[in-house]
Design a protein around this ligand. Structure first.
Ligand code: PLP
Length: 369
């Protein structure tokens, strides 16, 4: 596998606001654990709590109880989805460490590489993206073009071995140019530092439940690739005392997606919080049995479309106007719809976590912001 950044609290910098003008006030994590605010630097990108939306037309169509969506597709502008939440803490750590270059990894059409290039560049950081093959469709090509238009340096490699070699070379180049090492971000941004963004998101949903914006979902469906999203939600829900079950829908065969891997990342993120001064008791632990991984929606592999995924995309677009994608959110939605139709879940509130960007990419021009 590729190198992991050592992560960790870096101290000193506190919070910087360079995101959208309306970027959120104090994050729930810092409200809850004031001691960590100075030690886990964050760059505000996410403009306040993302909306929760009741899918009433879909409920009528399926003749069943409450269905909800969490609209993280609207997390940030000009590029939304789950990656800006992770980048809030990743970019904070990179700046605190004095890095001038970010090196990261993804598939050819990686949302993560694109989000890193968009928001890294706003901070004046150079971005190198090391890209591995994935099935090429229109969406992949659009992302790749947008990535290249951001001025990111692109290194195409054949496999994860090639990625390690390219990363070593990119580190050397950055060392020569910047006189310091780059900040390495693992695939999908799913280091413990990046995962903090979804602990924050988990606390955010719990707060929306507390305020009565939606009932506590019986289960929350989320696409899982590098697993930081599912791991962070699991940790955030449990810290907040929200009982919703996390159902991680496996969409990758290139990365390990199973309950032990997700529980381990969630635990590593809790350990980071403890090291940074959050009074999370040692007795508070997360185990594989605390979540579910649904395995039946991957199809032929990462980025390969499935009939169920495509059907779910058409239904949610037609009935609710939600824009989903074939690699991640369409497959998560297929699992969500199966659960919605299942007698066991029929009356219970279910939530689909929309992790994709739904803003048009033409906002991302060269030299644009
Ligand atoms: C990256 C991504 C995911 C997967 O999130 P992980 O934290 O990597 O599991 C889900 N949906 C979309 C749209 C993504 O870009």
């Amino acid at each position: 596998m590729v190198a992991e950044p050592s992560g960790g609290p870096t101290g000193g910098e506190g919070e910087a606001f360079v995101g959208t003008a309306s970027a959120s006030a104090r994050p729930a994590l810092f409200e809850r654990y004031p001691a960590i605010a100075g030690r886990l630097p964050r760059i505000a990108l996410v403009a306040g709590p993302t909306p929760v939306q009741r899918l009433t037309a879909l409920e009528r169509r399926l003749a069943r109880g409450p269905l909800w969506a969490k609209r993280d597709d609207l997390s940030a502008s000009p590029f939304g989805g789950n990656k800006p939440r992770k980048l809030e803490f990743l970019l904070g750590a990179a700046l605190a460490r004095g890095a001038r270059t970010l090196v990261t990894f993804g598939g050819l059409g990686s949302n993560h590489a694109l989000a890193t290039a968009v928001y890294g560049r706003r901070l004046g950081l150079a971005v190198t993206a090391i890209l591995v093959p994935q099935p090429v469709d229109e969406h992949t090509l659009r992302n790749l073009r947008a990535l290249s238009a951001q001025g990111a340096r692109l290194l195409l490699v054949g496999n994860s071995r090639g990625a390690v070699i390219a990363a070593a070379r990119a580190c050397l180049e950055a060392l020569v140019r910047d006189r310091r090492l780059p900040y390495l971000i693992p695939p999908g941004g799913s280091s413990p530092v990046g995962t903090l963004g979804y602990v924050e998101a988990g606390l955010e949903l719990a707060e929306q439940v507390r305020r009565g914006e939606l009932p506590a979902p019986a289960a929350v469906f989320v696409a899982a690739g590098s697993c930081g999203t599912a791991a962070g939600l699991l940790a955030g829900f449990r810290l907040a005392g929200l009982s919703s079950r996390v159902v991680a829908v496996r969409v990758s065969d290139a990365l390990r997606v199973d309950a032990p891997a997700i529980a381990r990342l969630a635990s590593a993120t809790l350990a980071l919080l403890r090291r940074s001064g959050a009074p999370v008791p040692d007795a508070f632990q997360l185990a594989p049995a605390d979540l579910d991984v649904w395995d039946g929606y991957l199809g032929a592999g990462y980025g390969h479309p499935t009939r169920e995924g495509d059907g779910a995309m058409r239904l949610l677009d037609g009935v609710e106007g939600l824009t989903l994608d074939r690699t991640y959110t369409g497959k998560a939605a297929a699992a969500f719809l199966d659960a919605a139709a299942h007698p066991e879940w029929r009356e219970k509130p279910l939530l689909l976590w929309h992790t994709g960007n739904s803003l048009p990419l033409d906002g991302l021009r060269v030299g644009g912001r």
